[in-house]
Ligand binder design. Structure first.
Ligand SMILES: Cc1cc2nc3c(=O)[nH]c(=O)nc-3n(C[C@H](O)[C@H](O)[C@H](O)COP(=O)(O)OP(=O)(O)OC[C@H]3O[C@@H](n4cnc5c(N)ncnc54)[C@H](O)[C@@H]3O)c2cc1C
Length: 417
């Protein structure tokens, strides 16, 4: 039987964004903590995946940030955890590590691409920093690049190509975390078109060409291209635990980020929140926040996160944010909701999802020129606000005019219900 070695009071599995945040939180609270990672050198905190398409010297400062925790942390690298149980982490071929609490922060992975011919030269599955860099250096400008897969990141990839002079098109097979509401999709598609990028829903069936990618087949049509880039979805990377996985295969956690195994917590991309209004949502878009909460609770605190999840992105000079679920997710949960949305200007739109009976706003989606205030304030508008409080409430209609105006529009149709 493998020996069992005490390592620290808290053991954090994964030295990514969530894991480092959890460990820092423990250190801050004076708790003895160790971090373990399967990699020799965990990926640094990221700026963005599409940044990696740019030549190294021109990447954003955030993409180049080194992994440098505020406090020196006790780290074990190149060691994979293969199973976790109460108070113990089993390592591959190594000892069983003992700790009072364990925080799982194993992140997410790219779902494998299932497109015929996708491994052909000139076709790139963007599933690692290296593949982004390869695509960026292989195809600079004046090429026809066809991008397909997940839409939100696909848009950012297409934007990078269009700024370097390439002609990019995007075929979207899915959206993460969820499909945009119609007014928001209209704004984003038009902003893409202004840069010469055609966006269409669909699925690529095959990458074709004699020796390299020359065209893709999608929905019975042929799209000639010089390069093909596939943007895969991200799915949770779970560590085996004696508890059933969530809907997306993640580790189920409650609002205190406790798993069903006592003393074991989870945060970041591997953690799936029970009772989340967007079922199957992971905490991958909020790795630092969830890491801090899991770290605090593993150190004995009692912090709780709400069921409303936020996501934000920037593309084409626009800020795009979602807080809470949209109408399709609510209806799938049996909630009786309505949606009010409008494109207010060429580059701005807002959609609110609210309970038909009470007018309580459960979801907000906003897109508008970057640095406008509504997108930044959107996280405060879903969950407890109502159409009435957003339309005339204390947040101040000048700060969130886009949201207030949409709420006023909603009030008109709601009072007519
Ligand atoms: C270059 C780059 C650019 C990125 N750009 C974006 C972006 O634009 N948008 C976006 O949303 N995300 C982006 N990401 C992803 C993002 O870093 C993380 O997925 C996200 O921050 C979630 O953080 P996390 O801590 O949950 O997971 P991660 O940061 O992925 O950390 C998980 C860590 O756990 C380790 N691990 C996994 N399983 C085990 C195991 N069994 N035993 C031991 N260790 C294990 C992994 O090696 C990894 O270091 C990017 C990542 C990189 C590397």
């Amino acid at each position: 039987m493998a020996s069992s070695v005490p390592v620290a009071r808290v053991l954090v599995v994964g030295a990514g964004t969530a894991g480092v945040a959890a460990a820092e939180e423990c250190s801050r609270r004076g708790i003895d903590v160790a971090v373990i990672d399967r990699l020799a050198k965990p990926d640094p905190p990221w700026g963005s995946w599409p940044d990696l398409l740019a030549p190294p010297g021109t990447r954003s400062a955030a993409a180049a940030l080194p992994l440098r925790p505020a406090e020196p942390l006790d780290s074990i690298f190149e060691t994979e955890v293969v199973a976790v149980r109460r108070g113990e982490a089993v390592t591959a071929g190594g000892p069983v590590l003992r700790a009072d609490s364990i925080v799982l922060a194993a992140g997410s992975r790219f779902e494998p691409a299932v497109v015929q011919g996708v491994r052909r030269p000139g076709s790139f599955v963007l599933d690692s920093p290296g593949r982004y860099a390869e695509l960026g250096s292989a195809f600079g400008s004046a090429d026809r690049v066809l991008i397909s897969g997940e839409g939100a990141r696909g848009l950012q990839v297409a934007e990078r190509f269009s700024t370097s002079g390439a002609k990019a098109s995007l075929i979207v097979s899915c959206w993460q975390p969820s499909e945009p509401s119609p007014p928001v999709l209209e704004v984003v598609s038009d902003a893409a078109l202004e840069r010469g990028i055609a966006v269409a829903p669909g699925k690529v069936d095959r990458v074709a060409g004699l020796t390299r990618a020359e065209a893709v087949l999608a929905g019975g049509e042929v799209f000639p291209c010089d390069a093909f880039a596939f943007v895969p979805r991200r799915v949770p990377r779970a560590v085996p635990l004696d508890a059933p996985p969530g809907r997306s295969g993640g580790i189920l956690v409650d609002g205190t980020l406790r798993t069903r195994v006592p003393g074991v917590f989870a945060a970041g991309g591997c953690a799936e929140l029970v009772g989340c209004l967007r079922p199957g949502s992971t905490l991958g878009a909020e790795p630092s926040m969830s890491g801090r909460v899991a770290g605090a609770n593993s150190a004995g605190a009692s912090v709780r996160i709400g069921p409303v999840r936020s996501w934000s992105s920037r593309v084409f000079g626009l800020s795009w944010s979602k807080t809470g679920p949209g109408a399709p997710a609510c209806r799938a949960l049996g909630m009786d909701v309505r949606e009010v949305g409008r494109r207010w200007h060429a580059h701005s739109a807002c959609t609110l999802t609210y309970e038909k009976k009470t007018g309580r706003v459960v979801g907000t989606e906003v897109i508008e020129p970057a640095d406008s205030p509504s997108a930044a304030l959107a996280p405060w508008t879903a969950g407890s606000a109502t159409l009435r409080s957003l339309a005339y409430g204390s947040l101040g209609s000048s700060d969130i005019s886009l949201i207030s105006d949409t709420a006023r529009l909603g009030l008109i149709s709601w009072s007519g219900c």
